[in-house]
Design a protein around this ligand. Structure first.
Ligand code: B12
Ligand code: SF4
Length: 501
């Protein structure tokens, strides 16, 4: 956004203040001294994460384990351990939330010492998801923005009316009904000018020094799909907008010349649909032609949209992290979750990827119990997983067991309303145990069963949680023939999600 502002208004002075490099105890004083020095007229707060339910087990830590111990453990000591762990997370979550809100208030007050009409505008990933709730705690007159901020900032800085942007003003306007579903303005993104960015962001080099960072580069915006639990498709919109490949490569080259070798294509989906395969091929071919031969990259990839040519280019350009977010190995459930892909095609594409020389780890994301899960669909998922192991090698395929953290503005939320699991007006930012139990999506009748399986897996093999869960499920329920997993007979009395769009 700073790059965008600079390209349109080169005379405007900007300064990036980066909390990521400041110790938490110094946040307030560092922010205030930056404002005292720079004396801004507009404070642009970018708030990326308000992770409420990290539905991750085995890799990222223990929030899931704490919650499951608290909700499902029969042993009172384990239950207590879960409760204490949960309490720690609960406190950390609210402390962070209040601290960030406090920083916005404090920053604004401080800026108003120098310019009485200084204003705050807040946006970013977290604000886009929780824009309705956050407005209640922000200072009056703050502009709350959903999704991309470029056109809003353009209007704001040129003094134009901005009410038609995806935003509202605290204390003046209410967020419009279905604001988040409004389409973003089309915008062609050019290569970010990192020389300029480095000049306004004193801490920029910190990110270049650590070789582990995967620096984000966006190649497109939007996702046309409808997966029932996903909010990306509303945050970014359904219209896919491709950034020019020359601009993307030029941006990567600037970073490359500063020593960066790891890139994350931050698109909601790197290959959102078949018709974008050619764009991905063009981009990867240009990366090959640019001579950046020692890079690695990762992205969210729908494995149904691969071709042998694309697989070859992916391997050649250094894709070294790959998540297959299939959610379930049962074609029937894939259809019910509106995920719109064919599991047979995914298998074939994985074979192509392997044939192209992909030999790194593959993380396969499974979210059990989203909708209509039954013992037979679990057996199908096991069959599917075993087939992936045959393709890549059992040691290379890591099942990541997720439980969906329900997010607002998704079909799953509508489904929860329809089924009476949640009531409209609930607070999606609440971490109270009774709300958390519903939002950490694992409904009965199978909820307790999964709870017990996960607890057993943590007990038996905490360091290989995902594989242990799969083994326990197979021991308990068996494994279906693969053909059954891949077929989805149309039933007459299918449970539908509400609200097609
Ligand atoms: C790519 C991605 C990742 C990659 C990041 C790779 C990398 N090296 O950058 C990976 C997989 C590592 C990742 C991890 C996580 N992610 Co993530 N991620 C995304 C994703 C898909 C895109 C983010 C992105 O970089 N976009 C490209 C940039 C250019 O856009 P942007 O930052 O959003 O900025 C634009 C707008 O937001 C807006 N904007 C931003 N700031 C401001 C400020 C103002 C004032 C205005 C007006 C506008 C504005 O304008 C910008 C330009 O258009 C989003 C979902 C989405 N589709 O947006 C989730 C998302 C940001 N992630 C999220 C989360 C939670 C996480 C994790 C905490 C998950 C976890 N449990 O571990 C981690 C945390 C990582 C971290 N350190 O912050 C959430 C955050 C919201 C929330 N629920 O709290 C999101 C929104 C997904 C979601 N719906 O839940 N993530
Ligand atoms: S394909 Fe991915 S980004 Fe698109 S709606 Fe589905 S889960 Fe979301």
């Amino acid at each position: 956004m700073s790059d965008h502002v600079h390209k349109l208004f080169p005379h405007i002075e900007q300064r990036i203040f980066d909390l990521g490099t400041v110790p938490p105890l110094d946040y307030s004083s560092a922010l205030e001294s930056c404002i005292d020095e720079f004396q801004p007229t507009l404070l642009v707060f970018s708030w990326r994460d308000i992770q409420i339910y990290a539905p991750v087990g085995g890799r990222g830590g223990n929030p899931l384990q704490n919650a499951f111990e608290f909700y499902y453990a029969k042993n009172p000591l384990i239950k207590l351990r879960g409760a204490l762990g949960g309490l720690r997370i609960f406190i950390a979550y609210y402390v962070e939330l209040w601290r960030n809100l406090g920083l916005i208030k404090r920053g604004l007050k401080c800026a108003q010492k120098y310019h009485s009409r200084a204003r705050a505008v807040v946006g970013g990933g977290a604000v886009s998801v929780f824009y309705e709730q956050l407005g209640k705690s922000l200072p009056k007159d703050t502009i709350v923005s959903v999704g991309e901020g470029e056109t809003l900032l353009t209007k704001l800085l040129s003094g134009q009316e901005f009410a038609d942007e995806r935003c509202y003003v605290v204390g003046e306007t209410q967020p419009r009904q279905r604001l988040i579903h409004e389409q973003p303005t089309a915008l062609e993104k050019t290569a970010c000018n990192y020389d300029y960015i480095a000049s306004i962001w004193p801490e920029f080099n910190y990110y270049l020094e650590d070789e582990d960072f995967y620096i984000g580069v966006q190649t497109k915006r939007g996702c046309p799909h409808n997966c029932c639990y996903c909010v990306y498709t509303v945050v970014e919109g359904k219209q896919v907008r491709i950034n020019p490949s020359d601009e993307i490569v030029a941006e990567m080259q600037q970073l490359y010349n500063r020593g960066i070798r790891n890139f994350w294509f931050t698109d909601a989906q790197f290959i959102p649909a078949k018709k974008f395969i050619d764009d991905a091929v063009e981009l990867l071919q240009k990366i090959v032609d640019s001579g950046m031969t020692d890079i690695h990259w990762a992205a969210y990839i729908r494995a149904d949209n691969l071709t042998p040519k694309l697989c070859e280019l992916m391997v050649q350009t250094g894709m070294n992290y790959f998540e297959i977010g299939i959610t379930s190995g049962s074609q029937e459930l894939i259809r019910k979750m509106r995920m719109g892909y064919n599991l047979k095609t995914v298998l074939q594409n994985c074979r192509d990827l392997k044939a192209a020389g992909f030999n790194d780890l593959v993380s396969v994301n499974y979210s059990f119990n989203v909708i209509d899960e039954r013992p037979e669909t679990i057996r199908q998922t096991i069959a599917y997983h075993r087939e992936l192991e045959k393709i890549f090698g059992a040691d290379k395929v890591e099942p990541a067991i997720f439980f969906i953290g329900l997010q607002p503005h998704t079909h799953l939320e509508e489904y929860a309303f329809k089924e009476g699991i949640l009531q409209p007006g609930y607070n999606p930012m609440s971490l109270m145990p009774w709300t958390a139990k519903k939002l950490l999506w694992n409904p009965e009748p199978l909820g307790s069963f999964f709870g017990e399986v996960c607890l057993q897996a943590w007990r038996q093999n905490p360091h290989d949680f995902g594989r242990e869960v799969m083994n326990i499920l197979e021991e308990k329920l068996g494994c279906a023939p693969l053909a059954e997993a891949l077929s989805a007979p149309i039933e007459k009395k299918e449970k539908h999600l509400v609200g097609a769009s």
